[in-house]
Design a protein around this ligand. Sequence first.
Ligand code: SAM
Ligand code: SF4
Length: 353
Amino acid sequence: MTPTELGLPAMRQATTRDPARPDDPRLIDRYGRVATDLRISLTDRCNLRCSYCMPEEGLDWMDRADQLTDDELIRLIRIAVTDLGVNELRFTGGEPLLRRGLEEIIAASAALDPRPDISLTTNGVGLARRAKALADAGVNRLNVSMDTLRRERFATITHRDRLADVLDGLAAARAAGLEPVKINSVLLRGVNDDEAVDLLRFAIDNGYELRFIEQMPLDAQHSWQRAEMITAGEIMEMLRTAFSLEPDRAERGGAPAERWLVDGGPAAVGVIASVTRPFCGACDRTRLTADGQVRSCLFARTETDLRALVRGGVSDAEIADLWRDAMWGKLPGHGIDDPGFLQPDRPMSSIGG
Ligand code: SAM
Ligand code: SF4
């Protein structure tokens, strides 16, 4: 059986270099984009079960032996930063706070020269007691995911009664100076789509910056439906019933969120319209999964196996060059609206959101 028949993503192994790829040390693709932002999934495990991400019973988690060790991971991060021009690291998962050695991995990343900007995306459970240590280790900024302010709804969406922990985590992150603390919210039709205004008011009143994310076809259950998702347009309409919103004129760069100033600013809200207003043309990301696979896009259907190289005694220079090859093969867009679109085999929780 082929890897694809087994449900595994196609692997791109050591290839002969495309002669059209310029001799450039950075991670460039054939559409002129340069990847400088590395998203690192530290684990595919999670202590919540958000309905738009994974089933209530959880998933078949990755074998520990398949996961990169701390040393292997730190080596790949070093190659990305010192050889490939990556200047931003975002640690995610699964739930990154579940990764043992997280603070050590962050501290090793912060010690690199040049020092990358370091951020973390977390569900906030357990953050209250970790925020200070994370800041001390070198985290610059934090995103906490929270889709509702209502305890029962939180339990319905995540299958865990942990809203109070998340709220404590947010406050601890702010107290630890990890500002601006951002909140990520996904609105689901008929579940929490009446909370757009309440979530924004809560964020503004508490000094957090809210970003709404359009629901994407990346759930393990493959239950996403285009017609069901709440669009950025709908979110804006709901917010405009209570706030005036004007576009933030600041340069957006590769940032996924369209930013809006609320009631004249300085408070702002972001909307990440990955589905209805894709920003692939400005994408500056490369991704590394917990088992050492490089993906050039959340929606990529191919991966490049760096773990095999790391474990096979291959040099830093060769690993860097294979990473460049992977980026050179990046597609121009995610193609969600193409008739032939196929959801990637890996769910968001395993790719790293
Ligand atoms: N567990 C951490 C958390 O929830 O913040 C980090 C990983 S999670 C996959 C990263 C982000 O992806 C979260 O903000 C989550 O809401 C978002 N996410 C997960 N599944 C999604 C989906 N199908 N569509 C849009 N966003 C999704
Ligand atoms: Fe866990 Fe984050 Fe997925 Fe929710 S969105 S189940 S917190 S990985």
